[in-house]
Design a protein around this ligand. Structure first.
Ligand SMILES: Nc1ncnc2c1ncn2[C@@H]1O[C@H](COP(=O)(O)OP(=O)(O)OP(=O)(O)O)[C@@H](O)[C@H]1O
Length: 262
């Protein structure tokens, strides 16, 4: 079942169809995701929330092509995803940067295999250093910069590759509240400029309401994660969003209630 078929005029970027995933534990198949279907449109920002263990990270790994589905399929621009690809980049909570490379070298690392001239590569690195506000730190090593700056490097080093889909698994969870808010604003500003499709996992409903066009609430039913159309909630608030507005708080409360209900 395609929950949102025909919603995107030019077709969805991601089309998840009846996706199921089971892991083999002690030679028994343990189901995690079951019959999950949804679509993400070009340039859409989707947040995923849900209780611990409901399968959010597993879904990110499937979308990235790191693990294969047990059944069902995921189409990227109409083609079956069977492996990781440069069109879908992942940012994790704690991204290990190369400790011996500078900020600029970390950002440029993934460009090595791209057929670009040295000047073009340097130009791209400089652009992304500027976009994430790290130009003056370009020669620093990872141990010489803060946690928030490291996440900015992690973001820049995938964005420099121009992925069409950005998969983010609790990327800001380890940051303090103030840095986290700065990172959310930075991500929104980059997204407005670069227009990738973003799938963003978070534990924090307020983060989901701050960022998302739509939020997907995952829940476990009889040990399997299943989702139906009512679990994809549009966030119809204008940006920038005012966190203490009535509408914001109402949506956050509604999503929180859903997380614990399903
Ligand atoms: N490689 C694996 N082998 C066996 N079981 C796994 C594997 N990966 C994940 N699981 C199981 O799948 C379930 C979902 O895990 P997952 O990490 O996707 O959940 P999550 O929603 O991201 O959790 P959290 O919010 O705590 O990060 C868990 O019960 C986990 O133990």
């Amino acid at each position: 079942m395609n929950i949102l078929s025909n919603q995107f005029a030019s077709g969805p970027i991601l089309d998840v169809q009846e996706l199921s995933k089971a892991f083999s534990v002690n030679s028994e198949q343990t189901p995690v995701l079951s019959g999950l279907s949804f679509q993400a449109g070009p340039g859409e920002f989707i947040c995923i929330i849900g209780q611990s263990g409901c399968g959010k990270s597993t879904l990110i790994k499937l979308l990235a092509g790191f693990v294969p589905p047990t059944s069902g399929r995921i189409l990227f621009k109409g083609k079956n995803i069977t492996a990781p690809g440069p069109d879908r980049c992942v940012v994790f909570q704690e991204d290990a940067l190369f400790s011996w490379l500078t900020v600029a070298e970390n950002i440029g690392f993934g460009l090595k295999r791209k057929a670009l001239s040295a000047a073009e590569k340097q130009g791209r690195v400089n652009r992304f250093l500027d976009l994430v506000g790290l130009t003056e730190f370009k020669n620093y090593l990872p141990r010489e910069i803060s946690g928030g700056m490291k996440q900015r490097v992690a973001l820049a080093r995938v964005l420099v590759l121009s992925p069409e889909v950005l998969l983010m698994d609790e990327p800001f969870a380890a940051l303090d509240a103030q840095t986290r808010e700065q990172m959310q604003n930075l991500l929104l500003s980059l997204w407005e400029q670069l227009k990738q499709t973003i799938v963003f996992v978070t534990h924090d409903v307020r983060e989901a309401v701050t960022l998302a066009d739509r939020t997907m609430v995952m829940g476990r039913i009889t040990g399997k994660t299943i989702i139906n159309p009512t679990h994809l909630v549009p966030i119809p608030l204008e940006r920038p969003r005012i966190q203490n507005s009535r509408e914001f708080m109402k949506l956050a409360a509604q999503l929180k209630a859903m997380v614990f209900r399903i």
